[in-house]
Design a protein around this ligand. Structure first.
Ligand code: NDP
Ligand SMILES: O=C(O)C1=N[C@H](C(=O)O)C[C@H](O)C1
Length: 251
């Protein structure tokens, strides 16, 4: 089904991603109904879809402020949430709001990263944990406030899923000092912060004899903005519920 006419609001519009979303909405001739920044009152009465790259707290307050408001609409309001750094408790809270609105949340709205997740799942399932170590390496600009990145965590989840284990049981997010030898089956994370790096992610699968590296490089933030707009348009044809970019792309 084609998406009906959609009026977009942007949360966190002064930020790097907010500006990228506004640029792409403008280039693609979409209608913008509202834009919000810290301290603004939300009014989504003339909005069909919100694109939100802000912070976990800001995304949750937006959903809180609009709770109940979506029920009178012919189609549910769509919230596309790109903010990263949610705690497990905050993520549970997010899911609770999906009873009455369409929520599409992803740590990365690019096609490449979402494909990479499937490839990593497959590689992790095929390469025995006793022989193959998995490490996720990510690099971002100096202003990023959360670590590991939302994408790195999604890649870690994909690898853990492929191995049929829970990420929180095998996750090693930091190493410093005498750490002892690496435990078989662990999934390690390494973080680089510097300059203006948009977003680099690699999954390194290393055995004694070979190294397989699956990697993705984002060249421009409008990549994520385009993916988020695609997600919003897809969400306009869906029932209320909690979705991710894999659902949008049919992966
Ligand atoms: N899923 C994806 O594909 C991607 C996700 N991201 C994620 O998106 C988020 C934003 O990234 P980025 O744009 O680089 O960060 P920025 O810090 O540039 O932008 C965030 C914006 O949100 C604003 N903000 C903070 N609190 C509120 C609030 N309560 N209500 C409304 N706005 C608020 C900030 O204002 P102020 O500066 O005044 O605090 C700022 O303008 C991050 O979590 C990042 O990891 C980024 C790229 C892609
Ligand atoms: O903060 C960023 O810039 C990015 N954040 C997302 C993440 O945490 O994975 C996605 C992208 O890599 C850029």
């Amino acid at each position: 089904m084609a998406a009906p006419a959609t009026r977009f609001a942007v949360n966190g519009y002064k930020g790097r991603m907010g500006q990228a979303v506004i640029k792409v909405l403008d280039e693609t001739k979409h209608t913008m109904s509202a834009k919000y920044e810290k301290g603004d009152m939300f009014d989504l009465t003339r909005t069909d879809a919100v694109i939100d790259f802000s912070t976990p707290e800001a995304s949750l307050s937006l959903l809180e402020a609009c709770a109940g408001e979506g029920l009178a609409r012919p189609r549910p309001l769509v919230h596309v949430i790109g903010s990263t750094g949610f705690t497990p408790e905050q993520r549970d809270e997010l899911i609770r709001f999906a009873d009455e609105v369409v929520i599409i949340q992803s740590g990365n709205f690019s096609l490449g990263v979402n494909l990479l997740m499937g490839l990593l799942k497959q590689a992790a399932a095929r390469l025995a944990a006793e022989d193959w170590d998995i490490e996720i390496v990510e690099a971002h600009h100096r202003r990023k406030v959360d670590a590991p990145s939302g994408t790195a965590l999604m890649l870690g989840e994909a690898a853990a899923y492929g191995r049929n284990v829970r990420l929180d049981e095998v996750k090693v997010a930091a190493r410093d000092g005498i750490t002892g030898a690496r435990r078989a089956g662990d999934i390690g994370f390494s973080v680089i912060r510097g300059g203006g790096i948009v977003g680099e992610h690699s999954a390194v699968l290393a055995s004694e004899d070979e190294i397989l590296t699956l990697s993705h490089s984002a060249r421009d933030r409008t990549l994520f903005a385009r993916g988020a707009i695609q997600a919003a348009l897809w969400g306009r044809t869906q029932k209320a519920g909690f979705y991710d970019m894999q659902d949008v792309l049919g992966l």
